[in-house]
Every structure is written in C-alpha cells, then in structure tokens.
Design a binder for this molecule. Structure first.
Ligand code: GLP
Length: 250
C-alpha cells in the first residue's frame, strides 16, 4: 500500500488524477485499451474534475460504474448515473460506458453487467471510502466472500444518514432501501486500485482503516491486502491518524 497525504482536496484530486492518467496511458500503450471502474460521491469531485482535463485517449477506455440506488430515477439529484454523466461521460469522448441502472429488471441487468465485466480484467478502479468505511455500497459487516460481480444490498441506517448529511437527499426516508453494488470480491480483482479520500468527514473512517486488521466491520480494510493499492488522503481526512510509518510517507 502506498499512502500519499496532500494539503487539500484540490491537490489530492490533481495527484490522484495524474496517477490515474499514467496508469491508463500505460495500459493503452501496452494493449491498445484500458478498462476503468469509477465511483461517485462528494469525495470523488476533485479527482474527476482533474481527470477529465488529463491527456488520455478516452475513446480507447471502457468504463464500469460501481454502484447505484435501486428504483432511483437518473433525473434525481442523488442518482449516481446522473453524477457520472455530468461529471465524466459528458466531459470526455468516451463511448463504452456501463452504467449500473437500478430502474431496470434488476436480475437481468446484473447478469448483463457481470458478463461484460468478466470479459477482461479491470486495469484500474477508483474506489471511494464512505464515512462508515464502506466501499461501493458494501456497508459493514460487508460480504467479503461472494464471487458475484454485482449484488443487491440493503443500505444501513448510518449509510442513509451519510447520504442525507452530504445533501443528496432531504431526509433518511427519501433514501432508497437498496442499491446495486459491485462486490468486494470484484473490486479486489482490479489490477490497480486508487482511493481518493479527502475531507474532515472521513477522518474517523480513515483512523479505523489504519487501526484495524482486515475486518468486515470496516470494509475498506480489505484494500490493505491488495497488491497495488494507493490511498490519497488530505490533511483533514488524515487528521486522526497517528502512525509514525505513515508520517514517514508524507
Ligand atoms: N456508494 C458510493 C460510492 O460510490 C462512493 O465511492 C462511496 C464514498 O462516497 P462519498 O464520497 O459520498 O462518501 O460511497 C458512496 O455512497
């Protein structure tokens, strides 16, 4: 694991986007294309903003979407399809986009996504970490074992409150009960994983990430076992971490 602590969210976004661009460009140079997974949420704003400005042959990139609420219209402000369309897909000349769509026949849609993602390895996944330590919508205690690519999950109360806290929904009752989420197993199959985790709101989750061994109760801890994992923090999200070895990496 490589940890980089940046001064603020903008600096973090530029650093994470630069590393992402390098990896995508290396893959395009080596095999003519790259397969990418993108996550959403407030933590990804600065990274995506910097990423769309990078010099990348986007027409050679295939993008998979990480997770989406069940039954939420893509016109709703909290829709992750809306988020990715506005902040990424409409900004770059990418054609191959696999959205997670929670409004379709869920079973058939998951089968289709699973077939598509299984065709070739994912080169790089940008994976956010939630305030409750979740990755995608795998809330604690997360299922580390299922080998499906995408599953339907029930959102826990903390997760719903966090979505309200970030301003995506007016109240907890407005948050859908379920989501389609890429599984932990599928995320871990990615050849490279990068997490952009800025902001004070993530400080407790980041402390739990460093203080715990791998545990389903802090789902993101499994990322520590990935052979090529880079975690970008800012001084705010890193503010509760007190580890000499981490300070040495600053
Ligand atoms: N399910 C989404 C993920 O796609 C995201 O990566 C993660 C962090 O999001 P945020 O930045 O909103 O905390 O959790 C969100 O709820």
């Amino acid at each position: 694991m490589q940890v980089t602590i940046c001064g603020n969210a903008q600096e973090l976004g530029r650093a994470a986007a630069a590393l992402t661009a390098n990896i995508i460009n290396e893959q395009i140079a080596a095999k003519g294309k790259a397969r990418l997974v993108l996550s959403t949420g407030a933590s990804q704003f600065e990274t995506l903003e910097a990423l769309v400005k990078m010099d990348i042959e986007w027409e050679k990139v295939e993008m998979f979407h990480l997770d989406e609420y069940v039954g939420l219209s893509d016109r709703h402000p909290a829709s992750f399809r809306k988020y990715l369309k506005e902040r990424f897909v409409d900004q770059v000349p990418i054609e191959k986009v696999h959205y997670v769509n929670g409004e379709e026949d869920i079973k058939g849609h998951i089968e289709m996504l699973s077939r598509e993602i299984a065709k070739e390895p994912i080169d790089l996944a940008l994976i956010g970490i939630g305030e409750n330590g979740h990755i995608a919508f795998n809330d604690p205690p997360a299922d580390f074992d299922t080998t499906e690519a995408y599953i339907v999950v029930n959102l826990d109360e903390n997760c719903k409150k966090q979505q309200v806290g970030e301003g995506w929904f007016a109240s907890v009752d407005d948050v859908p009960r379920q989501a389609i989420s890429m599984t932990v197993h599928q995320i871990m199959q990615s050849k490279v994983i990068i997490s952009s985790v800025p902001h004070q709101a993530k400080a407790r989750a980041i402390r739990a990430f460093f203080e715990n061994e791998v545990t389903r109760d802090v789902p993101a801890t499994i990322l520590k076992t990935h052979p090529n994992y880079t975690l970008f923090l800012d001084t705010h999200s890193a503010s509760l971490v007190d580890q000499p070895e981490l300070r040495g990496e600053r």
